[in-house]
Write a new protein. Structure first.
Length: 130
């Protein structure tokens, strides 16, 4: 590794100051906005639990994982149990439970199809419109 001192010289005239300033400004904006993400996620998770949706979705997701033949289902079930704590309706870490549930594409798809069927909408027609 070559270390060059920051002394005036021929290479300092070619330093892209504007590019470095933009990179620094972008980094600062990212860090400031990312610091607020956790609070927004916690607020959304609290609403999810308070609305009663967690009490509906999480037990169904647990049943889905118990019946699943997917090799990754055991790992996801363990994570769900850890995030749920003692009760699925009021999880100990609702943000982790929501992340886990919605990261499972197969369950998300089945839930959407079930929702469409409950509203008497043809799932294949709905998929064609998307």
């Amino acid at each position: 590794m070559i270390v060059r001192p920051l002394l005036p010289g021929p290479w300092t005239r070619s330093v892209p100051v504007a590019t470095l300033a933009l990179a620094l400004a972008s980094t600062l904006v990212f860090l400031v906005s990312a610091s607020r993400d956790r609070a927004v996620l916690q607020s959304a998770a609290a609403y999810y639990v308070d609305s009663g949706l967690a009490a509906i979705e999480l037990p169904r997701y647990r049943e889905y994982l118990l019946q699943s033949s997917d090799s990754d289902a055991v790992r996801r079930l363990t994570q769900l149990e850890r995030a749920s704590g003692r009760t699925l309706g009021r999880p100990a870490d609702p943000a982790a439970a929501i992340e886990l549930l919605h990261a499972d594409r197969d369950f998300d798809y089945i839930a959407e199809i079930t929702n469409l069927q409950a509203r008497n909408i043809n799932p294949s027609a709905s998929a064609a419109r998307s």
